[in-house]
Design a protein around this ligand. Sequence first.
Ligand code: FAD
Ligand code: UDP
Length: 367
Amino acid sequence: MKYDYLIVGAGLFGATFAYQAMKKGKKVLVIDKRNHIGGNVYTENIEGINVHKYGAHIFHTDYKDVWDYVNSFVEFNRYTNCPIARYKNEIYNMPFNMNTFSKIWNDVIIPDDALRHINEERNEMEGIEPSNLEEQTISLVGRTIYEKLIKGYTEKQWNRDCKDLPAFIIKRLPLRFTYDNNYFNDRYQGIPIGGYTKLVEKMLEGIEVRLNTNYFDNREEFNKLAKKIVYTGMIDEYFDYKFGKLEYRSLRFDTKVLDQDNFQGNAVVNYTGKEVDYTRVIEHKHFENNESGKTVITYEYPDDWTSDKEPYYVINDEKNNELADKYRKLAQKEKNVIFGGRLAEYKYYDMDDVIKSALEISELEIH
Ligand code: FAD
Ligand code: UDP
């Protein structure tokens, strides 16, 4: 056999595994059906600006080893994610913090003032165990914040009423009583200077990569090429959808180059009302302070997923989790194939988790 590993997918999982294998002297072939490397973290330079083609990506982690690892390939800047939420013509800071509360209630100066308002609003949930996202949010922050900053955004994102959504989605939203707009609590945060594509290019340096190459177009031939396969595509597709199809949420991106220097003054603005269909507008130059007389912005529209669209978000409800479990059981029995990354594990994964997982699996696997 010509290769030790055939890696299906040049995203972060595939690239990390490929680099680790190459370092240990293994022969590796990476294929990807897209016309570029990087998977969903791919950035493309337009007008001197690194554009996040598949949505805003901010690297944040508590794992020092993962932070040191990515920084060994490229330097990261000190970008801190401080998204702005726009509700009609009102502007608020995210995540919910003292800046948000003092704007929502104009008599809020110190944390006790904010707590007084929030506790008063939480009263409507007294004695009720939250059973859905609406109830969970009101019991966390009260109805005013729910209606201005959560309801519209969430219903657009998931195309479901908040009463029909599980509470856990909202538990990810941080709530703090300090004047701190940093979205993430992690110790390390930043954006690779020069874009994520540069990071993945460095990881794949010296490794054979074939783009525009779909594993399923030539499955038998590919299987003959390598001793083992690392598969990072959709798990149900690998098994020919034999138990049925898993579901996803998709997104549609509408990118515009504008002949102006600064469009919205922040990299990420969330649109939390129902009066527009998009959930976010990204202004890419602010991630790296790219110098350019122009600016590139992207409107992000949530979209129902069909098989001709990109599967961006897994749907971790009961029905899909059960189905994914059936496929995971099959995957465990599959000899000589490693399933890794968000699609092959059907798991909501941040970038650092994907890298961590690829490092751990490759450590066990490659001798
Ligand atoms: P992917 O990047 O999806 O890579 C899989 C690759 O496999 C793809 O390139 C695909 O083309 C290829 N492939 C699939 N099937 C085949 C086939 N049959 N043949 C050949 N190739 C195939 N994480 C963060 O940490 N911070 C963020 O701010 C953040 N923001 C995000 C915003 C959005 C809108 C989304 C969707 C995700 C975000 N993430 C973020 C998550 C991040 O994108 C993922 O953690 C990461 O990209 C997953 O890497 P992966 O290698 O598992 O998958
Ligand atoms: N959310 C919201 N308003 C916002 C931002 C987020 O209601 O302005 C909710 C929404 O339900 C979303 C969840 O919080 O699905 C998680 O959002 P986040 O941006 O943290 O995660 P991502 O969409 O990047 O996975």
